[in-house]
Design a protein around this ligand. Structure first.
Ligand code: NAD
Length: 542
C-alpha cells in the first residue's frame, strides 16, 4: 500500500569536485582512467533487458589518440530496431501504471549512484571516449547529469500538483498520462548528460524509450545504461540501440506507435526526422511530440563601453573549452574596431600559455575534436578562410590529425559581417570576429540579428547598462539563453534552463520545468457526487 504524499523539494546543485592532486576523487579517477584505457569493452545492444550481439561491429577510439581502441560495439539492424520498439511497447503499460514516486525513487537512485560509485566510471569514459578534460567531464557526465535527475523529480512533483478547482457537488482532477506509444531518444556525442536526460525525463513521467546513442559516445552511454539498470529501471523501459542514424530514424518514424522524439544534435538531422514524421503523419496513433535542441551560431556582442580584458576571457574560454564543441560555444564576436587589438593581444597571450593533447594530462586545456569527419569539416572552413580576400586567420589555425584530431584555438578576422564563418556552425575551436566601426553600433546589432539562421545563445558586454538593455531588447529573438556581461555558455540545470529557437530547436528548455510538459498527456476528470435524475432546468417549471 503506497499512499504517502511525498514532497520533493528543490534540490541543491551537485558540487563540482576539485580533482586536486592527491584528492580522493583524483586518485579514484586516475585508477579508472588507467583501467578503461587498458581495457577493450565489448558493448552489446540492450533490448528488453537482454544483451544482444549482432556481430556488426564498430570501434570506439580515443579522439586524441585514434589508433587506440577503447571498445567494440554491436550495431543494430532493422530486426533489432523493431525488437526495441516492441520491447518499449511491452514495458509501457506496467511502467505507466507504476506509482510515480517509485519511478522518482529510481531516478534519484541514479543520481546517488552517479554521485558516488559511477562518478569515476562516467568521467573516465567521457574523457577517453569524447576527449573531455577532467573539468569538462566533471561538469557534464557527473554534475549536470545528477542535476537533471534531481531537478526533474522536483519538477515532476510540481507538474503533478497542478490540479483544477472543484465545483459544488463534483470533484475535478487531472491525470498526467505518459504519451501513448514509445519515445525515440536520439542523443549527441558532446554531452553525456544530454544522452542520459533525453531518456530519463520521459521515463520519469512513465514513458518508455528507444535510445539511439551517438556512435562517438557509445562507451560513456553504455556505462550510463548499466547504471540505469543497477538503479532499478525495469527491462524494456530504456532500450539501448546503437545503430545507423538514418536506419533507426526511418524505422521508428514509420512506426504507428511513435509518440515522441526527444532529440539533440544538428539542425539538419532534426529536420530530416521532422520531415519523416510529416510523411507518416496519417499513420500514427497520436501526433508525435517533436522536441529538438539543435545547432547554434552563438555570439558575443561588445558595446564600446565594455572592458577589453573581460572580452578576452569570455571569447577565449567561451569559444575554446571542449574544443568549441558545446552547442553554446561562442563562435562569432562583434567588437568595436578600437578595442579589438587589445582583445586579440590578450587572447594570444592566453593561447601561448595553454597546451593541447591527451586528456590524461591535466595541463592540457585543449584536447581533440571528436572524429575525422569533424576535423575534415573544420579544416575545410579554415582552408576557405585562408583563401578568402575578406578574411584572415589572426590566431592559431594549426591542425594535425596524424595521432589525434587536433585543431588549435583559432580566430578568423573578417571585414564582411556575412562571411561564411559568421553564419554557419563549424563545431570546433574557431571564433570569427567582425570588428565594427565604433560609431556604427546599431548597424552591427542589425547585422547580428539578420546574419545567421540560429537563435541559441548570445551575450552582450558593456558598462553602459542602459545601452546594453537597448541592445538586449533589439536582439530579443536571437537567443533562447542570453547573457549580460558573461560568456554565452555554461548554463546550469535549475538556474538557466537551456534551449533556443529559430533554427536552433523547439526551445523546450532542458533542465527546466517546461520540458516535462511535452512528455505527458493530461486527462481531465470530473466526478459528480450525486448524479441528477431529471433533465428540467428550474426556469422551465411553471
Ligand atoms: P548529429 O546530428 O550528427 O547527431 C545527433 C544524433 O543523431 C546522433 O546519435 C546521430 O547518430 C543521429 N543521427 C544522425 N542522422 C540521423 C538520422 N537520419 N536519423 C536519426 N538519427 C540520426 O549531431 P552531433 O554531431 O552528435 O552533435 C553536434 C550537434 O548537436 C551540433 O549541431 C550542436 O550544436 C548540437 N547540439 C545542440 C544542443 C542544444 O541544446 N541546442 C546541445 C548539444 C549539441
Amino acid at each position: 500500500m503506497k499512499n504517502a504524499i511525498i514532497s520533493f523539494p528543490c534540490p541543491a546543485n551537485e558540487p563540482v569536485k576539485t580533482y586536486l592532486e592527491g584528492s580522493p576523487e583524483r586518485i579514484a579517477l586516475d585508477e579508472e582512467l588507467e583501467r578503461q584505457y587498458n581495457t577493450v569493452v565489448e558493448i552489446p545492444l540492450i533490448i528488453g533487458g537482454k544483451e544482444i550481439f549482432t556481430g556488426n561491429i564498430k570501434e570506439v577510439v580515443c579522439p586524441h589518440e585514434h589508433g587506440h581502441v577503447l571498445a567494440r560495439y554491436h550495431q543494430a539492424g532493422e530486426k533489432e530496431i523493431k525488437m526495441a520498439i516492441d520491447a518499449a511497447m511491452t514495458a509501457h503499460k506496467q511502467w505507466a501504471e507504476t506509482d510515480w514516486t517509485v519511478r522518482a525513487a529510481i531516478v534519484l537512485k541514479c543520481a546517488e549512484l552517479l554521485s558516488t560509485k559511477y562518478r569515476p566510471i562516467m568521467n573516465a569514459a567521457t574523457m577517453l571516449g569524447q576527449s573531455k578534460n577532467i573539468f569538462q567531464a566533471e561538469i557534464d557526465s557527473a554534475c549536470e547529469t545528477i542535476d537533471f535527475f534531481r531537478y526533474n523529480v522536483h519538477y515532476a512533483s510540481k507538474l503533478y500538483a497542478i490540479q483544477p478547482k472543484d465545483g459544488k457537488g463534483f470533484i475535478d482532477s487531472t491525470e498526467y498520462r505518459p504519451l501513448e506509444g514509445f519515445v525515440l531518444a536520439v542523443t549527441p556525442f558532446n554531452f553525456t548528460s544530454i544522452a542520459s536526460n533525453l531518456n530519463m525525463t520521459p521515463v520519469l513521467l512513465g514513458n518508455t524509450t528507444v535510445w539511439k546513442p551517438s556512435g562517438t559516445a557509445v562507451l560513456s552511454n553504455y556505462y550510463m545504461m548499466k547504471m540505469f539498470e543497477e538503479a532499478g529501471v525495469p527491462a524494456g523501459v530504456v532500450n539501448f540501440v546503437p545503430s545507423k542514424g538514418s536506419e533507426i530514424g526511418r524505422i521508428c518514424c514509420a512506426s504507428k506507435d511513435l509518440a515522441g522524439i526527444h532529440f539533440t544534435g544538428s539542425t539538419a538531422t532534426f529536420q530530416t526526422l521532422w520531415k519523416s514524421v510529416g510523411e507518416n503523419i496519417a499513420h500514427y496513433v497520436s501526433y508525435p511530440r517533436l522536441v529538438g535542441e539543435t545547432g547554434g551560431k552563438d555570439y558575443i556582442f561588445v558595446h564600446p563601453s565594455a572592458v577589453a580584458d573581460e572580452i578576452a576571457w569570455a571569447a577565449f574560454s567561451g569559444a575554446y573549452e571542449f574544443q568549441g564543441q558545446k552547442c553554446s560555444a561562442a563562435s562569432r564576436i562583434y567588437v568595436p574596431k578600437s578595442m579589438w587589438p587589445a582583445v586579440l593581444e590578450k587572447m594570444k597571450k592566453f593561447a601561448s600559455e595553454i597546451s593541447m593533447g591527451d586528456v590524461r594530462d591535466p595541463q592540457n586545456y585543449i584536447n581533440a575534436v571528436i572524429d575525422e569527419t569533424s576535423w575534415d569539416n573544420i579544416d575545410s572552413y579554415l582552408k576557405y578562410a585562408e583563401a578568402a580576400d575578406d578574411a584572415k586567420i589572426v590566431m592559431g589555425g594549426g591542425r594535425d590529425k596524424s595521432v589525434g584530431y587536433f585543431v588549435e584555438p583559432t580566430v578568423i578576422e573578417t571585414s564582411n559581417p556575412h562571411f561564411k564563418t559568421m553564419e554557419e556552425e563549424i563545431f570546433g575551436p574557431v571564433l570569427t570576429v567582425y570588428p565594427y566601426d565604433d560609431d556604427k553600433v546599431w548597424e552591427a546589432v542589425h547585422d547580428l540579428d539578420t546574419t545567421s539562421p540560429y537563435g541559441l545563445t548570445g551575450s552582450v558586454f558593456g558598462r553602459d547598462r542602459l545601452e546594453v538593455q537597448k541592445i538586449a531588447d533589439a536582439l530579443c529573438y536571437t537567443a533562447g539563453n542570453f547573457y549580460i556581461n558573461d560568456r554565452p555558455t555554461g548554463a546550469v540545470v535549475g538556474m538557466q534552463p537551456f534551449g533556443g529557437s529559430r533554427a536552433s530547436g523547439t526551445n523546450d528548455k532542458a533542465g527546466g520545468e517546461f520540458n516535462l510538459i511535452r512528455w505527458v498527456l493530461p486527462r481531465c476528470i470530473k466526478e459528480t457526487l450525486v448524479t441528477p435524475t431529471d433533465y428540467h432546468y428550474s426556469y422551465m417549471k411553471k
